[in-house]
Design a protein around this ligand. Structure first.
Ligand SMILES: [Zn+2]
Length: 155
């Protein structure tokens, strides 16, 4: 897995606007389109199972023996499945503001793939504003060190 220090410039090519000037906290995990970002996953070419983060060695479907995957942009919307409040600073590579500010973590079921993807909820939206089943969309937000990461936002 890439460490945040291993930021490479080619990732900026995904962006269309000012996002080009910013690099991803986790290069290759999401497009850098500021308005319509997508998480980047893989799909098994044999059984169609989706993976995020990317799977590229073997399919985890016990009924599938494939090791062939294609990279795909995943749905950028979904339904809120569950959530929690993060009241303690996570370990690196998480980049946290000092002093640490609690934030919500959402588990979102992607619209098409029906897989659950975890992510922080965008700044300014706490757990009190979240409701089970509500529509969520993917956004990019700058970390305190200026790198872009994905967040979930009520749609
Ligand atoms: Zn498979």
């Amino acid at each position: 897995m890439n460490k945040p220090d291993a930021v490479s410039k080619p990732e900026a090519a995904h962006g269309e606007d000012d996002a080009q000037l910013q690099t991803a906290l986790l290069p290759g995990w999401y497009t850098l389109d500021r308005d319509q970002p997508h998480l980047i996953g893989t799909r098994c070419k044999a059984c169609g199972t989706y993976y995020f983060p990317k799977q590229s060695t073997f399919c985890r479907n016990p009924d599938c023996a494939s090791d062939q995957f294609e990279e795909v942009e995943l749905s950028r919307t979904g339904k809120l499945w569950s959530w929690t409040n993060a009241c303690y600073k996570p370990p690196e590579p998480f980049v946290a503001a000092e002093p640490f500010v609690p934030y919500a973590i959402a588990a979102v079921e992607l619209a098409k793939e029906k897989m659950i993807v975890l992510g922080a909820v965008i700044d300014g939206v706490g757990v009190e504003k979240l409701k089970s089943g509500m529509s969520m969309e993917l956004k990019l937000e700058s970390t305190t060190d200026g790198k872009l990461t994905w967040k979930w936002k009520p749609a």
